[in-house]
Design a protein around this ligand. Structure first.
Ligand SMILES: [Zn+2]
Length: 119
């Protein structure tokens, strides 16, 4: 396995890029942001180390869950937009109460999406 072919995931602590220098076991692996350096004890080959490093079932589950929830948020916004129809660009002050309630829900969903996207 050449260095180029290896795909290491980012640091699990801070999301920083990991660097790997040197030859196989005379090497160090270090986060460029926070300095985290994992211990590959128990891994006998570089392939095992890569597999161990990249295996993150909880993170993968959470990412999939977040993507699913973001899709649901977008669907809910589309439904609200459809129901608000021509009221959508109108100032909330002039909206009928039920439309204003939908606009509040739409705003809340929009804030949630922008929070998730921030880093
Ligand atoms: Zn880090």
């Amino acid at each position: 396995m050449s260095k180029k072919a290896i795909e290491w995931r980012d640091c699990p602590i801070c999301g920083g890029k990991m660097i790997w220098e040197g030859e196989e076991w005379e090497s160090y692996f270090l986060c460029t942001e926070c300095g985290y350096s994992p211990n590959f004890e128990g891994c006998e080959t570089l392939e095992q180390a890569v597999e161990w490093w990249n295996k993150r079932p909880l993170e993968d589950q959470l990412r999939a869950r977040i993507a699913h929830l973001e899709q649901n948020i977008e669907k809910a916004k589309e439904i609200l937009e459809e129901d608000m129809g021509e009221w959508l660009p109108v100032e909330p002050l002039y909206m009928p109460d039920h439309v204003r309630a939908m606009k509040h829900a739409w705003n809340a969903l929009s804030e949630e999406v922008s929070k998730v996207g921030e880093k």
